[in-house]
Design a protein around this ligand. Sequence first.
Ligand code: SAM
Length: 376
Amino acid sequence: MGEIILVGSGWNSFLFRAEINSLVGYDKIIHPRLVTISNDSNINNLSNAALLDDILFNAKIINDYNISEREISLLIHKWTENNLPKGSFAIRTRKIGEETISLSSSSIEKEAGELIVSRYNNVDLETPEHEIVVILAGLEDQAFHKNKSDISKPVIIWGLRKKLPNKNKFESRNPIERPFFKPVSLDARLARLMISLSHKPDWFPKIIIDPFCGTGGIAIEAIIQGIDILASDLDPVMVEGTHKNLVWSKGEGEHTVKKCSIDNIVQLWGRQENCSFVFDPPYGRNSWKSDNGLDIFLQALKAAHSINPNGTICTMLPTVPEFMLEEKSDKYLVMGKKWEEIESLINSTGWIVSLKYAIKVHRSLARLILVCHPSH
Ligand SMILES: C[S@@+](CC[C@H](N)C(=O)[O-])C[C@H]1O[C@@H](n2cnc3c(N)ncnc32)[C@H](O)[C@@H]1O
């Protein structure tokens, strides 16, 4: 059997890999947007991933991208002898990354298709039983973090597509489509990603706690994947709005939404097992300097530790876009303080930072995604 390759969406290759690492763990990076996994026992967990485009089974990797369309087609044909089950098929060719590989997708589809057709396999482009996905992966967009694994080399792969049951339709859950909307609403894909990052390959939360639920961006993404949510907010208008949005989302997880200040959430929820904390804390309007915001954030970390000291946290803090140049991150401000100071404050609440990554919002604002695990 060949490899299982996961194909990441083009939004952010670093975060794609971080998400896969949290959900199932990966073996090798063969391209910033392509990773291999060694076993498929947790594969169903991937159907909830925010940044996963495809899962390819029995995959083949070719590092020689100077190959011709004819040569690739012959290799794909040879591969089908052991890897394509009986039934109708279609070949789907995709280019990802920059246009480094000058092969024609339609020629590969046509030539390989003609070679593969037999009395066992007919072409059906509309509703095929099997899809052979060919990916011509060019150089990756260098706008993302320039860490070593992002230094990409072009590569060609193909494999059999596994249909993802819950292919996430984030567009239909755009904040403005919801019955209750405010500008603070978190984008559905980002909320979904934060939930994934609060997983570990051998530990999955059954409950998510969001003590700053706002319009319920995180809560919606939790319940539609069947995770229960305990949501709260200081503002009663937000509490009512989140409740409305959760009913509208028709998610399967159970939900409880309460009006509560962060000072009182330990009393509100008590001790909880198997829960993670996923939240987007408040901070001053367009500001990354709110001292008050920092106090509220630290209170949330302490409360999380009291509620479940064995859980995980995924949160987001305001910072400056320069933070994205990771090697210099210590000197930039996060919530008005140097990162090293923030990190030691986090450590003093019983958590350690296991992932930090800044995404740009606009010219002067970025959001720093943080994942924290217990320090014991
Ligand atoms: C950035 S918004 C959260 C947005 C949310 N993720 C969404 O998708 O709509 C922060 C929320 O924290 C709430 N908040 C502010 N101070 C709070 C406090 N001390 N305790 C609890 N909630 C607070 C605000 O009412 C606001 O709804």
